[in-house]
Design a protein around this ligand. Structure first.
Ligand SMILES: Nc1ncnc2c1ncn2[C@@H]1O[C@H](COP(=O)(O)OP(=O)(O)OP(=O)(O)O)[C@@H](O)[C@H]1O
Ligand SMILES: O=P(O)(O)OC[C@H]1O[C@H](OP(=O)(O)OP(=O)(O)O)[C@H](O)[C@@H]1O
Ligand SMILES: [Mg+2]
Length: 285
């Protein structure tokens, strides 16, 4: 049975559960459940604090886990990222009152408050900046107003929390994060676990593809086929089938969802008709 760590709370928890559900795995029915077994898929899910997941996975007691890249790096645990998942995207940045600092060199001798002490201390050390780091559990934006620190380093998504606290980012982004699947760094692939891990990754990749692509179908004249195929090259190559009316073909290809409307306009321009897009619910590439 594959043992997988899933975030039990916070920004990662909801989207991780949804992705696993879309990938066909049973998920817990209520938020207080700490572990469940999915007997059909032979997987056991452990619902753990996102911050602890890399530590469990590095211990080797759990095979893989879902966490944030920033949390993985911050933990310093002996685990590595094996698949980015595209949700809980954020940037990790320094911020302060307007004009408080313009770059990392201004932090010398000052105090930085953060929930990600590992990332901040390593970043400062890398750049040879001698500053103090104060660890806070959350709501770090308030630390400046209350005089605990002059500068903070925190997760920024929309920037609303910083704006509400009258703070501005400064310096280069420290890191970009998103949800990731992790496993122990020196995991020795064994014959029973490895195929299950690969199957799990293929299922999640299938969800990612189904979220990013749509299926496009259209009819076009044979003379326009090369131009049409250039607009919809598909992953390998599009499917082209004859139509009952001679001189016409039906074409089917996957296209990026974000570009679907533009591609439909371009296909129409070159004479394609009956252009349809449909959602993809699951996929194995
Ligand atoms: N507003 C946000 N938008 C996107 N990702 C976020 C946001 N806040 C936190 N994250 C990401 O979520 C992970 C942190 O999860 P964690 O559950 O510890 O914090 P949280 O979402 O702030 O929840 P809580 O503070 O309730 O514990 C990190 O990978 C972080 O980058
Ligand atoms: O740029 P934004 O869209 O405002 O998002 C970033 C904020 O979201 C998270 O806070 P959360 O609400 O989880 O509270 P916390 O600080 O207690 O973790 C994070 O710590 C930032 O404060
Ligand atoms: Mg938080």
């Amino acid at each position: 049975m594959l043992r997988i760590a899933v975030p039990n709370k916070g920004s990662l928890s909801g989207p991780a559960g949804e992705m696993l559900h879309e990938a066909g795995y049973q998920q817990r029915r209520e938020s207080k459940e700490l572990r469940i077994v999915d007997p059909v898929n032979e997987v056991e899910f452990f619902y753990l604090r996102p911050r602890d997941i890399a530590i469990y996975v590095s211990s080797g007691k759990l095979d893989i886990g879902i966490t944030g890249r920033d949390l993985l790096v911050d933990s310093g645990a002996h685990a590595e990222e094996i698949l980015p998942l595209g949700f809980a995207r954020s940037t990790f940045r320094f911020a302060g009152k307007p004009g408080a600092a313009t770059g990392i060199d201004d932090l010398k001798g000052r105090t930085v408050a953060t929930s990600y002490e590992g990332i901040v201390a390593a970043h400062l050390a890398d750049r040879g900046v001698d500053a103090s780091v104060v660890h806070l559990d959350g709501a770090v934006e308030t630390a400046i107003e209350l005089g605990v620190a002059e500068v903070i380093a925190d997760v920024v998504e929309t920037g609303t929390s910083l704006r509400n606290a009258g703070l501005e980012v400064f310096g280069e982004p420290i890191m970009k994060s998103e949800a990731v699947v992790i496993r122990r760094s020196d995991a020795e692939p064994d014959e029973t676990t490895e195929p299950k891990v690969q199957q799990f990754l293929r299922r999640l990749q299938g969800v990612l593809v189904a979220r990013t692509y749509v299926m496009m179908d259209y009819d076009c004249r044979v003379e326009q086929l090369e131009k049409a195929v250039a607009l919809t090259p598909g992953l390998e190559s599009p499917t082209v089938s004859p139509l009952h009316n001679e001189g016409w073909v039906a074409v089917r290809a996957m296209v990026p969802a974000k570009e679907a409307q533009r591609i439909m306009d371009d296909l129409y321009e070159i004479g394609a008709r009956a252009i349809l897009t449909t959602a993809i619910h699951a996929c194995r590439l």
